[in-house]
Design a binder for this molecule. Structure first.
Ligand SMILES: [Zn+2]
Length: 345
């Protein structure tokens, strides 16, 4: 990221925009990753035309530009973004299908624009100013309704040939296991995501086991009312059944991370998303399972596993920095590689 480059720091502010399924967040961000101003609005209804979301973005940028001089705009979108960072190929929560968002926004705003996948953008922010600061080889895993992620290798985002790298959630972890909405069985996200924890908690409660008594009491006896935050809250309070549910998810998380270590050999895994707020209740078992399943264990350095730090502003901050890629050469102050060599360990 720009602020890691020694010497010439880029001047100027950029705007980062994070488009999620329910909210659009926009912010003016400094080259050092500080957010100077924020605006938020609801995501327009998915049934409306793609230009409605475009209008929303233009409205947010116009309002922020009136207060701050900005040089570029970065947009993080929950969806597949093409390898040119120009078009959203598919966004599950929006009406975009092969939407040429970058050029449309550029024409309307008169500013350089970069479009990036939201997981990539938030990973970039974590590596530059969050939990991964100083690390050049990082894999980020976000645990939410599913599992998403991103890969940073040698200080650069690894986007894949078609821009879709990092969709870890659908790696097969348990052949023949739980059915996944992707059409396969046994995907990682069926075992280690927030939704997996909720599903298991409901199953446990529905079995009417005495171990789930506190859990059932908390929802007035209706297992369908159990949510992920309820499970993590009870686990934090020491409820044994909920602690075990997080241990199960953490164990599967560690197994998947060991697979990713075999593929990418990072120095650090950053775990983000709602479930990661459980901290060591989840990450402790993940570390144990990771060590137990690591290829060549005992004979290789082990990657660290840490919780993400930037919370839900990561996408916005990362998009704002990636916007600097759209600036004409010489104005970004960037040198390659952008990140420093990893610190000695
Ligand atoms: Zn799947």
């Amino acid at each position: 990221m720009a602020w890691h480059s020694t010497g010439r720091h880029p001047r100027g502010l950029t705007i980062g925009i994070d488009i999620g399924g329910t909210k659009v967040a926009a912010g003016v961000v400094t080259p050092a990753g500080r957010v100077l101003a924020r605006r938020r609005t609801e995501t327009p209804d998915r049934s409306k035309s793609p230009t409605v979301v475009e209008d929303t973005i233009v409205g947010l940028v116009t309002a922020l530009r009136a207060e701050y001089p900005v040089t570029a705009v970065g947009v993080a979108a929950a969806g597949f973004v093409d390898e040119h960072r120009a078009s959203v190929l598919f966004a599950p929560h929006l009406a975009w299908r092969r939407e040429p968002l970058r050029d449309a926004l550029k024409a309307r705003l008169g500013l350089p624009v970069v479009v990036e996948n939201d997981a990539n953008a938030s990973a970039w922010a974590e590596v530059c100013v969050g939990a991964g600061r100083g690390s050049a080889n990082v894999v980020v895993v976000n645990l939410g309704t599913g599992i998403g992620g991103a890969i940073v290798l040698d200080g650069r985002l690894h986007r894949g040939r078609y821009g879709i790298a990092g969709e870890f959630g659908h790696m097969t972890i348990v052949p023949g296991g739980h059915r996944c909405e992707c059409g396969n069985r046994g995907c990682w996200e069926q075992y280690a995501s927030g939704n997996a924890v909720t599903r298991d908690a409901r199953e446990l409660a529905a079995a009417d086991s005495p171990v789930a008594r506190t859990l059932l009491q908390a929802v007035g006896g209706d297992p369908a009312l159990i949510t992920g935050p309820l499970v993590s809250g009870l686990a934090a309070g020491g409820d044994r059944a909920c602690v075990e549910l997080l241990e199960d998810a953490g164990t599967w998380l560690g197994v998947g991370l060991a697979n990713l270590a075999a593929a990418f050999d990072p120095e650090l895994f950053i775990i983000g998303g709602g479930v990661s707020e459980c901290g060591d209740l989840l990450l402790g078992p993940a570390r144990t399972a990771f060590r137990r399943n690591l290829t060549g264990r005992g004979y290789r350095p082990e990657a660290r596993i840490a919780a993400a730090r930037l919370g839900n502003e990561a996408g916005m901050i990362g998009a704002a920095d990636l916007a600097r890629d759209a600036l004409p050469r010489g104005r970004t102050g960037r040198r390659q590689p952008r990140l420093p060599t990893p610190r000695p360990r």
